[in-house]
Design a protein around this ligand. Structure first.
Ligand SMILES: Cc1ncc(COP(=O)(O)O)c(C=O)c1O
Length: 402
């Protein structure tokens, strides 16, 4: 019996381990020199003169960015229902309301054409999510924001590294971009996140608010010539700072980020080629000038395959392959559904996308043989379902004949 192939695994090498050991030996565990280095290197990686502020999750980063931009009670923030709840929950933390706008069914990204209709006198910001690591159509989103005087905060939890029209996500003309270093992300620190912004005032507010609203962080207090004990609380802040233990991992992971992206792109291309005859719909490809981070490889099960998505995942698990679903749209979850009286058909394209979407394993720790296993399992699952239903199967003809 072969071992189970998990849906995702981090790619941690000896470099990360050595850097963490170095941090442990250094005596400085919380936010300190490794975090300062990680932020500096991250800012350089993104380019465009951005500042980078490390936080302990993307959720924290999104919260801080919206808070720093002045989103508060009574405000509305336009976002997508096709995301993880973190994107929208932080809006609620600030007493504001998310206003959901349905997706482009091809990319699963927010549909810019629908954004304008959702704007009201309460709208303060637009929060697009680069789903799976494929850039949203940012030009129209930025143009709408300019026209209505709105802020734009990008949820780039999936998008490291990714580009839009030749420019790095994080270096576009938006107010802030937030990354996640959660364990399954393209670059990880276990838990962690980064705020990237070119707005000096916002950066300063985030810096202070990530550590209790204290004007000086611990490292600054202990390395500066001013007395270490003196600090001032200037606001009721949060405990969102990233530890040096986590930043040590991040410093080494970041060096590998483009290598990871190339490997993921290669693997995505292999899935595209080898699943082409199975009748599953492959994920969309980036436009010319865009780079996909390939955080996720999300296939859609065509209706003609006549296999229920949940059934598909269960059969794949029985064959030893872990799959996942990104995402259960927010309006289907009890909290969001009841809070805003939402029905599945209110966002029909998100609902439809959810019902057919399966995320296949795609990570750099996978071997060629692991990927072969996934491909074979997809073929076997489709073939066995069809056979059980008494249907003739013709993989060679590029579709399943029912
Ligand atoms: C789209 C999106 N936004 C935000 C987050 C939150 O990231 P974190 O776990 O770093 O807070 C996630 C995490 O999965 C996500 O997928």
């Amino acid at each position: 019996m072969k071992s189970f192939l998990p849906f995702a695994l981090p790619d941690i090498g000896e470099e990360e381990i050595a850097e963490v050991v170095d941090t442990l030996r250094s005596g400085w565990l919380t936010t300190g020199p490794k975090t300062v280095a990680f932020e500096k290197e991250f800012a350089a990686f993104i380019g465009g003169g951005a500042r980078a502020l490390a936080v302990n999750s993307a959720t924290a980063g999104l919260h801080l960015a919206l808070e720093g931009l002045g989103v508060g009670p009574g405000d509305e923030v336009i976002t997508t229902p096709y995301t993880f709840t973190a994107t929208a929950e932080v809006i609620r933390h600030l007493g504001a309301d998310p206003v959901f706008v349905d997706i482009d069914p091809r990319t699963f990204n927010i549909d810019p054409e629908k954004i304008e209709r959702a704007i009201t006198t309460r709208t303060r910001a637009i929060l697009p999510v680069h789903f799976a690591g494929l850039a949203c159509e940012m030009n129209p989103i930025i143009a709408i924001a300019r026209r209505y005087g709105l802020k734009v905060v990008e949820d780039a939890a999936h998008a490291l590294p990714a580009t839009y029209q030749g420019r790095m996500i994080g270096a576009l003309d938006t107010d802030a971009t937030i990354y996640s270093f959660y364990a399954t992300k393209t670059v990880t620190t276990g838990e962690g996140g980064m705020i990237v912004t070119r707005d000096g005032q916002l950066a300063e507010r985030c810096r202070v608010m990530r550590l209790h609203g204290i004007s000086r962080d611990a490292f600054d207090r202990y390395t500066s010539t001013k007395p270490a004990w003196r600090y001032e609380v200037v606001a009721p802040g949060f405990k969102y700072n990233l530890t040096d233990l986590a930043s040590a991992i991040g410093v080494q992971q970041l060096k590998k980020a483009w290598g990871f992206q190339r490997r993921r792109a290669e693997m995505a291309a292999r899935y595209d080629a080898e699943l082409a005859d199975t009748g599953v719909i492959p994920p969309p490809h980036p436009n010319d000038g865009d780079t996909h981070s390939w955080h996720l490889y999300v296939i859609r099960l065509e209706q003609q395959i006549r296999i229920n998505r949940d059934d598909f995942i269960e059969r794949m698990a029985r064959l030893g392959v872990g799959c996942s679903v990104h995402f259960i749209p927010l309006h289907l979850h009890p909290y969001w559904r009841d809070m805003y009286n939402l029905q599945p058909h209110h966002f029909p394209l998100s609902w439809q996308a959810y019902r057919s979407a399966v995320s296949l394993p795609l990570y750099t720790k996978m071997t060629e043989a692991d990927q072969t296993r996934v491909i074979e399992a997809v073929k076997e699952t489709i073939a066995s379902t069809a056979a059980e239903k008494g249907q003739a199967v013709s993989l060679a003809q590029g579709s399943i004949i029912l």
